[in-house]
Design a protein around this ligand. Structure first.
Ligand SMILES: [Zn+2]
Length: 192
């Protein structure tokens, strides 16, 4: 059995760790619903005392954030949310934007629907591989080069919709997004 001081320290540290950026991810109601959810999990008999202390810390931190933002807080809608943002909506059975792909974790597979909904800027170092539906020409386009034509916060989907073949002007029949400037160098996600 863990010492009470150890559990207290886990609780305090976790409560302080709840990041401020969650204000951009969660409305007041989501923060409260998530705090309720974590407190419920903390009481599960299968949970270790350490894990319970951590869950209660998360709940406490979220309630602090909720107090800070006030009951009227509703962040602007974004094309993607963090995993916590997703969980907050799930707790209330609300529809949620796709969770943001974790680009820094190559072991996590990117889902095409989540990539399409993400801001193009997240993929600055990637390339689009477009195959023309008309002449069949395949072309690799660095995201950086299309980014200058896109508005800030434009999604991958909105940019792909506007892609046209350089030779014949037809829309692509297939588009993949690939990590790294060299074809075949990194992870690849088929989008169309
Ligand atoms: Zn073409």
């Amino acid at each position: 059995m863990a010492e009470p001081e150890v559990l207290e320290a886990i609780f305090q540290n976790t409560a302080e760790m709840v990041p401020d950026y969650l204000k951009s991810q969660l409305a007041h109601r989501h923060m409260v619903a998530l705090a309720d959810t974590y407190e419920g999990w903390a009481q599960d008999r299968r949970t270790t005392p350490e894990r319970s202390a951590q869950l209660l810390g998360w709940a406490d931190g979220l309630r602090r954030l909720a107090d800070e933002v006030g009951p009227a807080w509703n962040p602007p809608t974004t094309p993607t949310v963090s995993v916590t943002g997703f969980l907050g909506r799930l707790a209330l059975d609300e529809p949620s934007p796709s969770p943001t792909p974790l680009l820094n974790r190559p072991d996590i597979r990117l889902r095409p629907d989540s990539v399409l909904a993400s801001p193009l800027g997240l993929f600055s170092a990637w390339s689009l591989l477009a195959t023309c539906a008309g002449c069949g020409e395949a072309r690799s386009v660095p995201v950086l080069s299309v980014r200058s034509h896109a508005t800030d916060g434009a999604t991958v989907a909105s940019v792909i919709r506007r892609l046209r073949c350089r030779s014949c002007g037809t829309a692509p029949s297939a588009v993949q997004i690939e990590e790294g400037p060299q074809p075949g160098a990194g992870r690849q996600v088929s989008l169309v």
